[in-house]
Design a protein around this ligand. Sequence first.
Ligand SMILES: *Cc1c(COP(=O)(O)O)cnc(C)c1O
Length: 296
Amino acid sequence: MQINNTLAKTQTLQLGRDQKVQIDLLRLDLIHPVISGNKWYKLRYYLEDAIDKGFTEIASFGGAYSNHIVATACTCKERNIKSIGFIRGEQTNPLSHTLQAAISYGMRLEFINRTNYQNKHLIIENNSNQTRYWIPEGGYGILGAKGAASILEEVKDLQKYSQIVASVGSGTMTAGILNGSLSHQTVIGISSQKNNFSLENEVLQLTARENHHRLKMIHNYHFGGFAKHPSDLIDFMVEFWNKEMIPTDIVYTGKLLFAITDLLQKQYFKQGDKLLVIHSGGLQGNLSLPENSLPF
Ligand SMILES: *Cc1c(COP(=O)(O)O)cnc(C)c1O
């Protein structure tokens, strides 16, 4: 199935109505059942650059549950270019759903033990050739942020929003959104990582200085750490589904919408605020849960 970014749409939530805060969710999860979300946007200009420069293979990095890896595999298949993934840790049997999907899209996998995985420069040095184009882990970089900025092109009436809220992994998406947002808008990043306070700097490195003061990073909705998903998070995701009929994922968007719900309760937003919240997808990650953990 092709990735179809015209399927992205903005939808107003019930959430926030009581407090007269308008919350519109940009549904990037709808563009493809597996490559849902922001990853396609982050990859688009890397792919273009690689093809323009005559490379015939894309290489990138990620863990066994990486949305970036599976998105890279799928996007490369669509563009008819080979792909190889350098995967953190030893090969497992069976492979994760994510890696099985990556293979189904034709990606080759190389497993790198956790110690060696730390040194990306060395991996690149040892595995480079003239036909291979490297995309940084998570798509972090100028071209990734440029692609992420293009997410906002899916929004019809961008200027009506006072705040844009997004989940933060590598910070690439938030950087792109900060660059693409308007000067009266605040960009709020909800980190999925525990106490990774360098993330703010990662975002700022990819953004124009005049935008820096409009970034706000929030660090207390990680639920114990990256990819940790205790039962109170799962309960929230089920409740959110029951109220809004919108699926979320355990790594990013579940935590993002929990954060917004909690911030509303704490009167963080004021009457008349209009929030654009990015549903960045990632739903394939839920396949790592035991069957029937979620109603969607
Ligand atoms: C990767 C990902 C993010 C984080 O994006 P970054 O650009 O790495 O900060 C957020 N949501 C989902 C669903 C993702 O897959």
